[in-house]
Design a protein around this ligand. Sequence first.
Ligand SMILES: [Zn+2]
Length: 218
Amino acid sequence: MPRLTPIAIVLFAGVTAFAGPKKTPRANNMPRGFAWPPSRAMKAAAQACEAQLDTLGVAWQAAQPAGHMVDPIELTTGQLGGITYVPVYAKTLPAMDCQLALALATLAPRLYDAGVREVHVGSTYRWSNVRVGGKTLPMLSRHALGLAMDVVSFVDDTGREAVVAKDYKAGDELLLAVERTVNDSTAFRTVLTPKNDPKSHHDHFHLEANPDYTEPTS
Ligand SMILES: [Zn+2]
C-alpha cells in the first residue's frame, strides 16, 4: 500500500502532535503484536483481561464472535466504575473486545472525577475501515476489532448532557476534560474529535483502546 503512506503520515502527524511520542502511529492501524487468527500471546492476554475485569468487579459475559474481536464480551449492566454506557441507536450496548472494556474500566475513576456519569454510545464493534479526514482508507478500523467506541454525548453529575456535535466547539468543559483524560492515558490512542478530524468526527468522539499483544520477553 505504498501510495497510501503520505495520507497516513499527514493524518497521524496531526494526531500525534497533540499527544507526544507515546501515541506512535501504526502503519496498518493494528495493535502491536496483533495477528489473525489470534496468536497464543493474544489468547493469553484475553484470559488475563477477563481476570482483571473480574478483579475490578465489572459485570460481563461472553458475546457472539464477530469480525476480528479476540475476546468479544458484553457489559451485562452497561456499567463500568459507576459510569453507565447507554446505547444511542441500538436497544442494547453492542459487543466490544475485553481490552476496550478493561481500558474503560481503568479510566473510569478519572472520568468519574471529571464528572462523567453517562456515556452515550453510537457504536463499538462494526466491520469497517478507517474513516478520517472525510476519506475511507483501505485499512481496517479498530472498530472491526471491537477496540473502538464512538461517543455522541456525555452526561455529568448534574444530569446535564454535553453533546459533541454542538457543545465541543463551544469549549464545553466536560467534553474537554474527557478528551484530556483519555489522551493522558496510555491505555488509549489519541481521541478523534471535531478539532483534530472535523470532516469525519464532527459529531462524535472516537475512543480507541491500545493493547500491546507483543509476546512478553520474560
Ligand atoms: Zn469510531
